[in-house]
Design a protein. Sequence first.
Length: 105
Amino acid sequence: METLHVVSPEGLEAVKHMDAAPRLDSLEGKTIGEIWNGVFKGDVTFPIIRALLKEKYPGIRIIPYTEFPHAPGTDNPARQRELAREIAARVREKGCHAVISGNGA
């Protein structure tokens, strides 16, 4: 009988799986950050989203995407990781309870 060695196409687990953060009960009184990668007209849509959220949740505080770092078109993995760390640090610094990351395409 011949023995065959098989390699799983799933590969090894490279990233530790984590549960998503629990949803906020409400956006009222919360601080929300806008994170934009420079794609799809965020400069047009974020102000609209911002106005609609402020109308629905008068006590909301929104930190605009212009106050967070971004690098449109970055395809350098090391730069992407560095940028993600910079954004996360700024989110914590500004006291954001949640972020809107991008806004659809």
